[in-house]
Write a protein that binds this ligand. Structure first.
Ligand code: ATP
Ligand code: MG
Length: 336
């Protein structure tokens, strides 16, 4: 069967400075590959979690799927149609089937619009603004657990959790098949994070939504994703079924992320991973395996040869010359 979303060898390149400045500075190649040959599928009703340190390219993948940044190469297919080949006009209908919740939900809600206008805006954008918008607003608010009085409020009158619910309501307006949620629990209190997680879990159940969730929060990944992918410098270093990756990570970077001490603020987990050294610059990628500069297990080969993608099981793969063995990883404890 055709997956709902298929991303194949996606590459996204950004220019880091204008041509004149590059010439003046003697930079021959003023580009970075923010996403560097990434492939994954999401089936109908499936939830994929995307994790990785800041700058690893997570939001860029989301934006490329939505057609907000162009793919340099590779493809993004939705229900079998390659979206990267479509004109903006032919792309538009797919923006109904895929909805994105942006990072920084409060900042992405226009401050002067009421909640009613915000959550019914997709109808107007897609030319169906003639329907009963008050009724739609009530329906959407109910779906996300807010009472109808919220329709009259403005974004500054919402708590962080309420703003997140409004963002979800807006994303649900056109009955999408896939929701892309970029850091939907960042900055919320732990109890409110739990409420938002429950909301997502309910939407998975009731609507059979496919979800791509980008998060620094391993508890989120643990609780609501079927599969997870770990990004480093624009590439997937490992992906697989969530439980399997948690219990038997094969890539040393995955192990480092997962074995971080649980912190009172789960959002802080990835910022405190015990791996040495700085994230290398995308302008100056390490040779060989790009993780070798920070890897506890790196050997000579890792500095010169890029590891190939290796299958570790059904739909579990990684790129490492010296992967952790299953027995070795018995000591890895997931943050909980
Ligand atoms: P975070 O966890 O901080 O949100 P991220 O994994 O979402 O990080 P991206 O926002 O995808 O990371 O950025 C990946 C890289 O691409 C970064 O080096 C970033 O500076 C760069 N980048 C992103 N957007 C642009 C752009 N429009 N122009 C130039 N560089 C960009
Ligand atoms: Mg981001």
């Amino acid at each position: 069967t055709t997956p709902l979303l298929k991303v194949d060898d996606l590459r996204v390149r950004f220019r880091t400075m204008g041509p004149l400045k590059a010439l003046a500075k003697g930079v021959p190649d003023p580009y970075i590959d923010a996403v560097c040959g990434v492939s994954f599928d999401i089936s109908e009703g499936e939830t994929l979690g995307l994790v990785g340190e800041s700058g690893s390219g997570k939001s860029t993948i989301a934006r490329a799927i939505m057609g907000l940044v162009p793919a340099e190469s590779g493809s993004v297919s939705f229900a079998g149609t390659d979206l990267t080949a479509l004109s903006p006009r032919r792309f538009a209908p797919y923006r109904r089937d895929m909805a994105m919740m942006f990072q920084d939900p409060v900042g992405s809600l226009s401050p002067r619009l009421t909640v009613r206008s915000l959550i019914t805006e997709p109808f107007r954008i897609h030319g169906t603004g003639d329907r009963d918008l008050d009724g739609e607003a009530r329906r959407l608010l109910k779906m996300v657990g807010l009472n109808e009085d919220f329709a009259r409020r403005f974004p500054h009158q919402l708590s962080g959790g309420q703003a997140r619910r409004v963002g979800v309501a807006r994303a649900l307006a056109l009955n999408p098949k896939l929701i892309i949620a970029d850091e939907p629990t960042a900055g919320l209190d732990v109890s409110v994070q739990g409420e938002i997680l429950n909301l997502f879990a309910r939407l998975q159940d009731e609507l059979g939504l496919a979800i791509l969730i980008i998060t620094h929060n391993l508890n989120v990944v643990r609780h609501i994703t079927d599969r997870m992918a770990i990004m480093y410098l624009g590439r997937f270093v490992e992906q697989g079924p969530t439980e399997e990756v948690f219990y038997t990570p094969r890539h040393p970077y995955t192990e480092a992320l997962l074995s971080a001490n649980p912190e009172p603020d789960p959002d802080a987990v990835l910022d405190r991973i015990a791996i040495s050294g700085e994230v290398p610059s995308l302008m100056n990628r390490p040779s060989g395996c790009e993780f070798h500069t920070r890897c506890l297990y790196a050997q000579a080969k890792c500095r010169t040869e890029a590891p190939a993608l290796t299958e570790a099981g059904e739909s579990h793969s990684f790129t490492c010359h010296y992967p952790l063995t299953v027995a070795h990883t018995g000591r890895t404890k997931a943050a909980s």
